[in-house]
Design a binder for this molecule. Structure first.
Ligand code: G3H
Ligand code: 13P
Ligand code: ZN
Length: 326
């Protein structure tokens, strides 16, 4: 590990002020996952062009893929790129689903401005203890921390919602008080990946548990709530993927209308990864199928990046309501 660097040296900000404004503002900050250059360029371009604050986030797997030193400079480059576009949008670099104190510590030390410690699968007391430990370290450097209560269903589950352990509203106050977290991810029926609900013929997506969200909001007034697993699984992309050699039958996500409703509430961070992956895959498949002789990655990755910009602008403008809030 190289020398420690503070996020402010990279031009990044933590999530505190972003969330403070979003909670009362009726919109949510977008948190887009990335692993590579084209995804990061697209996120920054779209958010600068829509004047949206943004959280760019990396999972443990993404960090291993991209290399932690490379990531530090990519984040710094992202800030510079936005400024050169004439934009001063706030940008946070966030660790998504941190699974240990050591990983969170390493991210704080390498310039992340925000970290998630996901102890949601642990017994309650262990989740509290681990989260508290991360908060104590991160807050020394003014890095904000997201915790999680309740387990989101995994993509491998047969019927996602049935396997979810929804957040227990009676625990949220105690958890926030004991850990000192800055935001809390909750489980209200979303799940990760492109197969969120297994629907029978004619069935529609079940609504999210807005009653649980409302209970959490009542117990934690004005406190930032985070929604994971919030991709809509854009059907236009699924159809393109299937039309050009892919096979993604039954891929379905959270309808935009439900995300709009969540964004208007105490949900002030909405995580989106799968929709970006689908946009990239759809355009790469289409491009290569239509141009079989092409072997310049700039061509097919360029097409993917262009689609990603379009998708993110749409999310910011028409779903999360973050456009113009920078
Ligand atoms: O919540 C998980 C994110 O979509 C990241 O997924 O671990 O495959 O990078 P990953
Ligand atoms: P999706 O798989 O729905 O995009 O969720 C992403 C996520 O929650 C990342 O933490
Ligand atoms: Zn997640």
């Amino acid at each position: 590990m190289g020398d420690a660097v503070h996020f402010s040296e990279l031009g990044l900000v933590n999530t505190r002020e972003m969330f403070r404004r979003a909670v009362g503002g009726g919109y949510a900050i977008p948190a887009y996952n990335f692993n590579n250059l084209e995804q990061l360029q697209a996120i920054i371009t779209a958010c600068a062009e829509t004047a949206s604050p943004v959280i760019v986030q990396v999972s443990k797997g993404a960090r291993d893929y991209a290399n932690q030193t490379m990531l530090r400079y990519m984040a710094m480059g992202a800030v510079q790129m936005a400024r050169e576009m004439g934009s001063d949008i706030p940008i946070s670099l966030h660790l998504d689903h941190g699974d240990s104190f050591e990983l969170c510590q390493s991210c704080v030390d390498s310039g992340f401005s925000s970290v998630m410690i996901d102890g949601s699968h642990l017994p309650y007391a262990d989740n509290v203890a681990l989260t508290r430990q991360v908060v104590e370290y991160a807050h020394r450097f003014d890095v904000t921390v997201e915790g999680e209560l309740g387990v989101l269903a995994g993509i491998e589950d047969e019927v996602s919602a049935e396997h979810s352990t929804y957040t227990k509203p009676e625990e949220v106050e105690d958890f926030v008080k004991k850990t000192g977290v800055d935001s809390l991810a909750i489980s209200i029926g979303t799940s990760h990946g492109a197969y969120k609900f297994k629907l029978k013929e004619g069935e529609s997506v079940p609504p999210l548990r807005f009653d649980i969200l409302a209970e959490c909001e009542k117990r934690l007034p004005g406190f930032p709530i985070v929604l994971h697993g919030a991709s809509s699984v854009v059907q236009e992309y699924v159809e393109l993927i299937n039309a050009y050699g892919g096979r993604m039958e039954g891929a379905v996500g959270v309808p935009e209308e439900q995300l709009r409703r969540a964004a208007a509430s105490a949900v002030c961070k909405i995580n989106i990864d799968s929709d970006g992956r689908l946009a990239v895959t759809a355009r790469v498949r289409e491009y290569l199928a239509k141009n079989p002789g092409e072997f310049d990655p700039r061509k097919y990755l360029g097409a993917a990046r262009k689609e990603l910009v379009k998708l993110i602008k749409h999310k910011n403008e028409a779903v999360l309501g973050s456009a113009g809030k920078a």
